[in-house]
Design a protein around this ligand. Structure first.
Ligand code: ADP
Ligand code: MG
Length: 240
């Protein structure tokens, strides 16, 4: 479904990704971890064309992300992305946040978009908040709205970039619980996170990055049981 082949990327003369190869199959829950600055955000953003890359190829459902002929906004509309900082529209109500993309990008009617948006809002346990504005919700609630908004677009895969790292500790679990539910329902997910508890519960693949390289790409059991590289062992020793 997502095929990343020999991808390299430079910011000027600084090489941020070196020859990265991995793939995400339908139903995979891939956790991407590694030290700060190792290129995790950059890698995940290359998947939906938010970051261009200079070498290699990325195929999403067979479509080449780097090909100028690919309609990137169409591609992005089918890949949900959830960032660290929620990125809801502050001047729009929760309901409007949920419907805007569906109406503008997918061409749905207001009625259809509202029905779908509220269905997912209910699913993340926030239906009662539909007429509030983002600033009136807690960080954990805003992130759950962001997830509901992404799901309203009927994505075939979801990308998460440290979705809980800007949250107060007591709110982390409410967001992780929503993500665990999604994973258990078979959603294809690529998740950058330091939450190794989440990884142990639902990941089936772990990618460990360091200095722009994919150093490990293995099963969860392999990663937590006997990581091959010293760098992954050091990382795990510090984080767990
Ligand atoms: P991670 O998400 O693993 O913390 P990033 O992908 O955000 O890492 O960044 C990887 C490296 O690329 C870091 O050294 C960072 O400073 C650098 N970097 C990120 N964005 C830019 C940019 N726009 N211009 C130059 N360097 C950048
Ligand atoms: Mg990052």
């Amino acid at each position: 479904m997502i095929d990343i082949k020999n991808v390299s990327k430079w910011y000027g003369s600084f090489q941020v990704l070196t020859d990265c190869t991995t793939h995400v199959s339908k139903g995979d829950v891939m956790v991407v971890c590694g030290p700060s600055g190792s290129g995790k955000s950059t890698l995940i953003k290359t998947v939906n064309g938010l970051e261009p890359f200079q070498k290699g190829e990325i195929l999403v459902n067979g479509q080449s992300v780097g090909d100028p002929k690919t309609n990137l906004s169409k591609l992005r509309s089918h890949i949900g992305m959830v960032f660290q900082n929620f990125e809801l529209f502050p001047h729009l109500s929760i309901r409007q946040n949920l419907t805007l993309g569906q109406i503008k990008v997918l061409g749905r009617s207001e009625e259809e978009a509202t029905e779908k948006g509220l269905k997912y809002l209910d699913r993340v346990g926030l239906l009662a908040q539909k007429d509030k504005f983002p600033g009136q919700l807690s960080g954990g609630q805003q992130q759950r709205v962001a997830i509901a908004r992404a799901l309203s677009m009927d994505p075939f895969a979801m990308l998460f970039d440290e979705p809980t790292s800007a949250l107060d500790p007591e709110m982390i679990n409410e967001v992780l619980d929503v993500m665990v539910g999604l994973a258990q329902e078979g959603m294809t997910m690529m998740v950058v996170t330091h939450e190794m508890g989440f990884a142990k519960r639902v990941a089936n693949r772990i990618v460990f990055m360091d200095k722009g390289y994919i150093v490990e790409d293995c099963s969860k059991d392999e990663f937590f049981g006997s990581p091959r590289s010293d760098r992954a062992r050091d990382f795990l020793a510090k984080i767990i």
